[in-house]
Design a protein around this ligand. Structure first.
Ligand SMILES: [Zn+2]
Ligand SMILES: [Zn+2]
Length: 135
Protein backbone atom coordinates (compact mmCIF):
# COMPACT_ATOMS: atom_id res chain seq x y z
CA UNK A 1 0.00 0.00 0.00
CA UNK A 2 2.95 2.24 0.69
CA UNK A 3 3.97 2.25 -2.96
CA UNK A 4 0.57 3.45 -4.05
CA UNK A 5 1.04 6.56 -1.93
CA UNK A 6 4.48 7.15 -3.38
CA UNK A 7 3.14 6.77 -6.89
CA UNK A 8 0.31 9.19 -6.25
CA UNK A 9 2.88 11.86 -5.40
CA UNK A 10 4.59 11.64 -8.77
CA UNK A 11 4.13 14.42 -11.29
CA UNK A 12 2.95 13.83 -14.85
CA UNK A 13 6.45 13.42 -16.33
CA UNK A 14 7.54 11.04 -13.59
CA UNK A 15 4.46 8.92 -14.19
CA UNK A 16 5.16 8.82 -17.92
CA UNK A 17 8.80 7.80 -17.40
CA UNK A 18 7.82 5.10 -14.91
CA UNK A 19 5.13 3.77 -17.26
CA UNK A 20 7.61 3.69 -20.16
CA UNK A 21 10.13 1.72 -18.09
CA UNK A 22 7.47 -0.74 -17.00
CA UNK A 23 6.29 -1.20 -20.58
CA UNK A 24 9.83 -1.78 -21.73
CA UNK A 25 10.48 -4.49 -19.13
CA UNK A 26 14.22 -4.21 -19.78
CA UNK A 27 16.84 -1.66 -18.84
CA UNK A 28 16.44 1.49 -20.90
CA UNK A 29 18.87 4.35 -21.37
CA UNK A 30 17.76 7.95 -21.01
CA UNK A 31 17.85 8.17 -24.81
CA UNK A 32 15.60 5.14 -25.23
CA UNK A 33 13.18 6.92 -22.92
CA UNK A 34 13.37 10.16 -24.84
CA UNK A 35 12.50 8.26 -28.04
CA UNK A 36 9.71 6.44 -26.31
CA UNK A 37 8.17 9.54 -24.76
CA UNK A 38 8.40 11.88 -27.72
CA UNK A 39 4.74 11.25 -28.65
CA UNK A 40 3.80 12.28 -25.10
CA UNK A 41 5.67 15.54 -25.47
CA UNK A 42 8.50 14.66 -23.07
CA UNK A 43 11.66 15.18 -25.05
CA UNK A 44 14.09 17.34 -23.10
CA UNK A 45 16.90 15.29 -21.54
CA UNK A 46 16.92 17.37 -18.31
CA UNK A 47 13.21 16.61 -17.85
CA UNK A 48 13.87 12.89 -18.22
CA UNK A 49 16.88 12.98 -15.88
CA UNK A 50 14.95 14.95 -13.28
CA UNK A 51 12.09 12.45 -13.43
CA UNK A 52 14.51 9.52 -13.19
CA UNK A 53 16.25 11.08 -10.19
CA UNK A 54 12.94 11.43 -8.41
CA UNK A 55 11.88 7.87 -9.26
CA UNK A 56 15.20 6.47 -8.01
CA UNK A 57 14.83 8.42 -4.79
CA UNK A 58 11.32 7.03 -4.38
CA UNK A 59 12.68 3.50 -4.86
CA UNK A 60 10.58 2.87 -7.96
CA UNK A 61 13.49 2.77 -10.39
CA UNK A 62 17.07 1.50 -10.16
CA UNK A 63 20.09 2.69 -12.08
CA UNK A 64 22.37 0.05 -13.56
CA UNK A 65 25.83 1.59 -13.66
CA UNK A 66 27.43 -0.98 -15.92
CA UNK A 67 24.78 -0.50 -18.60
CA UNK A 68 24.21 3.19 -17.95
CA UNK A 69 20.53 2.32 -17.98
CA UNK A 70 17.45 2.42 -15.79
CA UNK A 71 15.01 -0.28 -14.84
CA UNK A 72 11.61 -0.19 -13.13
CA UNK A 73 11.75 -1.87 -9.72
CA UNK A 74 9.93 -5.18 -9.72
CA UNK A 75 8.95 -5.27 -6.05
CA UNK A 76 8.79 -3.43 -2.76
CA UNK A 77 12.08 -3.44 -0.94
CA UNK A 78 12.71 -4.54 2.53
CA UNK A 79 16.44 -5.12 2.12
CA UNK A 80 18.98 -2.43 1.57
CA UNK A 81 20.91 -4.49 -0.96
CA UNK A 82 19.46 -5.08 -4.39
CA UNK A 83 21.09 -7.29 -6.98
CA UNK A 84 20.61 -7.58 -10.71
CA UNK A 85 21.59 -10.47 -12.93
CA UNK A 86 22.15 -9.04 -16.39
CA UNK A 87 22.28 -11.34 -19.43
CA UNK A 88 25.03 -10.24 -21.83
CA UNK A 89 23.26 -11.91 -24.75
CA UNK A 90 19.58 -10.98 -24.62
CA UNK A 91 19.77 -8.12 -22.13
CA UNK A 92 17.26 -9.64 -19.72
CA UNK A 93 17.57 -8.35 -16.18
CA UNK A 94 16.51 -10.28 -13.15
CA UNK A 95 16.16 -8.32 -9.95
CA UNK A 96 16.50 -10.06 -6.63
CA UNK A 97 17.17 -9.36 -2.99
CA UNK A 98 19.05 -11.35 -0.45
CA UNK A 99 18.80 -10.82 3.29
CA UNK A 100 22.07 -12.74 3.78
CA UNK A 101 23.91 -10.56 1.30
CA UNK A 102 22.42 -7.48 2.87
CA UNK A 103 23.57 -8.73 6.28
CA UNK A 104 27.13 -9.39 5.16
CA UNK A 105 27.51 -5.99 3.55
CA UNK A 106 25.96 -4.17 6.46
CA UNK A 107 28.20 -6.08 8.87
CA UNK A 108 31.25 -5.03 6.90
CA UNK A 109 30.07 -1.43 6.79
CA UNK A 110 29.53 -1.37 10.55
CA UNK A 111 33.03 -2.75 11.16
CA UNK A 112 34.60 -0.28 8.80
CA UNK A 113 32.39 2.48 10.17
CA UNK A 114 31.33 3.11 6.63
CA UNK A 115 27.98 4.81 6.43
CA UNK A 116 26.24 2.67 3.85
CA UNK A 117 23.39 4.30 2.01
CA UNK A 118 22.58 1.91 -0.73
CA UNK A 119 23.96 -1.18 -2.45
CA UNK A 120 23.33 -2.17 -6.05
CA UNK A 121 25.09 -5.30 -7.21
CA UNK A 122 25.30 -6.22 -10.86
CA UNK A 123 25.97 -9.78 -11.92
CA UNK A 124 26.96 -10.20 -15.57
CA UNK A 125 26.63 -13.44 -17.48
CA UNK A 126 24.10 -15.52 -19.38
CA UNK A 127 20.48 -16.09 -18.39
CA UNK A 128 19.15 -19.65 -18.24
CA UNK A 129 17.71 -19.50 -21.78
CA UNK A 130 20.89 -18.12 -23.36
CA UNK A 131 23.12 -20.44 -21.34
CA UNK A 132 21.12 -23.38 -22.67
CA UNK A 133 21.46 -22.12 -26.26
CA UNK A 134 25.21 -21.62 -25.97
CA UNK A 135 25.57 -25.17 -24.67
ZN1 LIG B 1 13.90 -2.92 -6.83
ZN1 LIG C 1 19.74 -14.19 -22.06
Amino acid sequence: MKEMTVERQLNANEKLVLAALRRCGKPASAYDLIDDLKPDGVKAPPTIYRALGKLIEAGLVHRLESLNAFVACSHAHRCKAVAFAVCDDCGTVDEFESKQLSGILQGWAENARFRLRQTTLELRGLCAVCAEKSG
